[in-house]
Design a protein around this ligand. Sequence first.
Ligand code: HMG
Ligand code: MG
Length: 275
Amino acid sequence: MRELKICEVAPRDGLQSLGRVLSVEERVDFVSRLYRAGLFKIEVGALVNPKLVPAMAGSDEVFTKLSALFPENQKNFSLLVPNAKGLEKAFAIGCQSVAFFTATSETFNQKNINRTVAESIAELGPLIAAAREKGMLVRLYVSTVFDCAYEGTKNPEKELAIFSELFDSVDEISLGDTTGRGTPQQVATLIAHGILDRWRDKIWWHFHDTYGHAADNVRVAMREGFTQFDSSAGGIGGCPFSPGAKGNIATEKVLSLAREAGLAHNIRLEGVRLL
Ligand code: HMG
Ligand code: MG
């Protein structure tokens, strides 16, 4: 039986847009409950400008406390890193798994990280190389793959090509439907096009669920043989720089879709208090 893999993003994607800021201790408790439920691969925070995303302030402390509590899982606690300053912080605290991010939309990328897409690509190449040199597991998010809050419908079959070199250089590629407007047809078309074939084993799908398409999007990806998904326990999530974006697909939902698709897992979220 093939195995489902989940990257649990509630502690980062969910909490960054929750509307209330959780303390470091509350976040450590939250992640601990998820970990004990069998979610090992967890994005536990973001080393971004805390003035822009106050809910992620203290993510370094969250990581350090979790690493002390669960040293056996340290490599699976990842942090979102936007730039060299964030990567230096990740090195300093002994983080071994980082996620960089960019987008296919110029407007969103500017609003999110104050860079053009070309600037992002130029900046990320050396950062990815530096992280890999230290033996880190490196993920790259590409946002606005199917749709952008500012630019509308996207054309991933063409627009993903500029990231080819970066895709070659990372361990994981997470394709973000940031607004949740992506449709099953778009997902099917992108897969059928073949542009992803070269990196098939590295692909993770990151669906937000604003319009109720996320479950069907996951179904299409599972039907096409993909097994790696980002999801959020309780379905919280959203990007402060993408107006209207709602929660990520709930981890609970992905688990039930995995049952439908015959994918195995050992995650037990029933009865787990989330927030
Ligand atoms: P910048 O303005 O280019 O940075 O920001 P700068 O180097 O000019 O510095 C400006 C200020 O930011 C300075 O502070 C720096 O110290 C500080 P000041 O002197 O004004 O007090 N700074 C930092 N502080 C902490 N950690 C850092 C850091 N870097 C600079 N690493 C930057 C560029 C990217 C940092 C900024 O725009 C930022 O933090 N943006 C936040 C982006 C973010 O968190 N977005 C949400 C996550 S992405 C997402 O949700 C999508 C995803 O889920 C996938 C999907 O759904 O599609 C991943
Ligand atoms: Mg997201």
